[in-house]
Design a protein. Sequence first.
Length: 479
Amino acid sequence: MMRSLKPGHQLLALMLLVFGLWLALFFPTIKETVLIWERSETFAHCFLILPICIYLIRRNWPAMMEHQVKGNYWALLVIVAFLMLWLLGSLAQIAAVEQFAVFALLPLFYWLVLGNQICRVMLFALLFWMFSVPEGEFLIPWLQDITADITVATLRLVDIPVFRDGLYIAVPGGLFEVAVACSGIRYLIASFSLGTLFAYLTYQKWHKRGIFIAFSLVLPIFANGLRAFGIVLIAYLSDMKYATGVDHLIYGWVFFGLVIFIMFSIGNLWRDPEPDMPEQRPVQGAGKHSLYPLPALLVLSLAAILYHQSAQNLAPAQEPVYLTTLPGWQSENAQGWYPDFHNPSSIRVEHEGQMQAFYIFYNRNDKSVELINSLNQLYPRIWSRVSTSAQPGYQLLQITNSIGQRRWVAYTYITAWQQSPSTLEIKLGQALQAFLGQVQSGIALIVSAPVSAYPTQAEFAEAVQPWFEQGTRDKLHDL
C-alpha cells in the first residue's frame, strides 16, 4: 500500500502513521496534558504549537524530500531511556516528568523511523514541539520575588514611600500583594516561545538566534516588574480608584502586547536576508526499509505500557511499623494557622506551648490521595513567604499575612526509605518503590510557631530540632 503512493505521499503517510501510533500509545497522558492547556491560561498557547510545527515542516518539505528515508536504530537506546523516564514520572505521579517524556518520544519516534538526514532538516520543528509541555510554574515563587524587588526599587526611585513584607507591598493608602497572577509567568512563557520562533525565522546564524532567545527571556521579567510598578503608581496617584481590580489585568495584557511589539521591532533591526532557495533535486522518496523500525518501536512501547499497568497494581510490601495507621490519629481542627493538604488518610495535631505540629498521613493503598501534590499547601494562601532556609533534615520558612502576623514553618516528608523536605527526592523515591513493589505511604511533618514566641531563627531552629532529628520515626511509632 505504502509503495503504491508517490514518494512525497509516502513520506507524509509515514509521518502520519508515526503520529497516530504515538497518540494511541500514550493517549491518557496526552489527554491530561490537553486538559491542562484548556483550563490554564498560562498554557493556552500550547494549542498553537502543533499548527506551527506543521507550518515549519511544510516550509522545509522540499529540503526533506531531497533525502532518503533510512531509519536509525541507535534511536532505540534513547527511546528506552525516555520510556523509563515516562514510567518513573507516571508511577511517582510527577506530571511534568511524565508529560515531558511522552512529548519527547514523538521526535524520537521520527528519528528512529525517518533517520538522521530528514530529522536534521526538521530539527527546529521537533525541538519547538517541546513547547507543548505545560511546564514552568515552578518558577512562580522566584518570579514573584523578582517582581516585588523591581516594584519596590522603582517606587523608591520616584520617592513614593513604600514598605515591603514578603510579597506584600504597602504604599500610603493601599496594600498590594504580588500574587501568582502577577508573577509574569504567562508573559515569560509566551515571550520565550514567540521569541524562539521569531529567532529561527528571522536569523540564519545560531549565535544571533541564541542572543535573541536570551533577550526574549530577560525582557518580560523586567517588563513585568515595570508593569507592577505602573499598577501601584496608577493606584497611588488615583487614590486607589484605578488599577485595583480586574482592570489592572487588562492593563497588563495591553502592556505585554506593547512589549512583544518592541521586542520584535528591535529584533527586526538585525534581520538576516532570506537565503536563496536551492533548486529542488530529484525526489528519492521513502526507501524500502522505511517501515522496518516500526515493529521494534511498537514492541518497546507496548512492553513499557504493560509494565506500567502491572506496576500500578502491584501488591505493596508489608507496611513498615512506623507507617501503619498510628494509634490516636484523628482529624483535629487547628487554632488559627494550618496547612492545607487535600484528602489525607488521617491527621494528628500536637500542641506544645505555642508550637503546633501536624502529622499528615497518606496511605499508599488509597490511589486517590498523594503525599506530594501541587494542591497541597504548607500554609493557607492568605500567607506569603518572607524567607527560606535549609536545615539538616528539614526546610525552615518565615511567612507573613496581610495584617503583619509572622510565623515560622518547618517541614519535611517521611517515607519508608527517606526523610527529606525535597518534593522531587520524595517523588523519585516513591517511583523507585513502585518499580520494586514497595510501600509508597508517607507522612508530611509540619511544625509552626509565631515569630513573637521565637524572635530569631536560631531560637526557633533550636526549639524545633527534636521534631526532625533521626529519632522522628521512633516517635511516630510511639504515637
